[in-house]
Design a protein around this ligand. Structure first.
Ligand code: ATR
Length: 275
């Protein structure tokens, strides 16, 4: 064990703003990263849905950066001075940086998804992917994949939502039921099937999972969803929900500090906190 961190008058402050926020795994990851890289900073959880208040506090107190989570990812945008292209296209911001009083915003969820897949040694350009779901998470992931040159098909229970998303990001749409007959390199589940009351269910039959090489689930509780269990049993490469969480946090850390994020340390902190 190293010496416990002692904040002083130069300690910089970062945090996550959301409501609820007490379950967040972001503080342990970022504090571990600050400690490992020797950056004099702390990262706290702020339970609030007041985006304007959080942003004026940021400017007033010199808070360096925010992670932004539910329900603030959309509401924060109008409080930013400079939302980047990812924020404008996705319509959601999960990262704010205070650049000498100018609030910059980006979205690292899209980078996190892409990085989690690339980590498997996959060259994304020209590949095909099926994304299940058409909610907020799907928007970020579809944007990330399309930007990398992936041909994406969005499948959703409510077909109209898939159609809208596909039109916006110039990809394809299908009803969720048709996902059973599709084939692609990559499958990404962004629906809530596999968690909570639906933890014993999968969004796709095991037979259909056979049609993919890599299967990713953004659900991280449980860590091994039925979908990932099926995929593993079929010998597929699987990416669990903690990976995207880790890689989006690493991208935040780098956006804020310009320092390479310590992957091993952050992963260890995340896995330890997740039990
Ligand atoms: P997030 O921000 O995590 O993407 P969301 O915006 O609430 O969450 O989106 C949830 C996604 O899970 C939606 O695509 C939803 O499908 P609908 O658009 O048809 O509602 C999908 N979903 C939730 N429950 C589902 C179920 N039982 N079967 C299939 N899809 C489901």
């Amino acid at each position: 064990m190293g010496k416990p961190f002692a904040p002083n008058a130069n300690t910089q402050l970062y945090g996550i703003i959301g409501k609820p926020v007490r379950h967040s795994l972001s503080p342990v990851m970022h504090n571990a990263a600050f400690s490992e890289t020797g950056i004099n900073a702390v990262y706290l959880a702020f339970e609030t849905d007041d985006c304007e208040g959080a942003c004026s506090s940021m400017k007033c107190l010199g808070i360096k950066g925010y992670s932004v989570t539910i329900p603030n990812k959309e509401g924060i945008i109008s409080c930013l001075d400079e939302p980047d292209e990812a924020v404008r296209k996705i319509g959601a911001c999960n990262t704010v940086k205070n650049d000498n009083g100018v609030l910059l915003g980006t979205n690292t969820d899209c980078l996190g998804a892409v990085a989690a897949i690339e980590k498997e040694g996959v060259e994304l350009e020209g590949k095909e992917a099926v994304v299940l779901g058409a909610g907020g998470s799907a928007r970020a992931i579809v944007y990330g994949l399309v930007t990398k040159g992936v041909k994406v098909t969005v499948c959703n229970r409510t077909f109209e939502k898939a159609e809208r998303l596909a039109k916006e990001f110039k990809c394809y749409a299908a009803p969720l039921s048709e996902a059973e007959d599709l084939h692609a390199h990559i499958l990404v589940n962004t629906t809530s099937v596999g968690m909570g009351d639906m933890k014993d269910q999968s969004p796709l039959s095991k037979k259909a999972v056979e049609n993919y090489d890599i299967v990713m689930d953004i659900v991280y509780s449980p860590l091994e969803t039925v979908l990932l269990k099926d995929a593993k049993a079929l010998g597929k490469r699987v990416i669990n929900g903690l990976s995207m969480l880790l890689f989006q946090a690493m991208a935040q850390f780098e956006y804020w500090t310009g320092v390479r994020a310590p992957e091993k340390t952050m992963r260890k902190a995340l896995e330890h906190a997740n039990g």
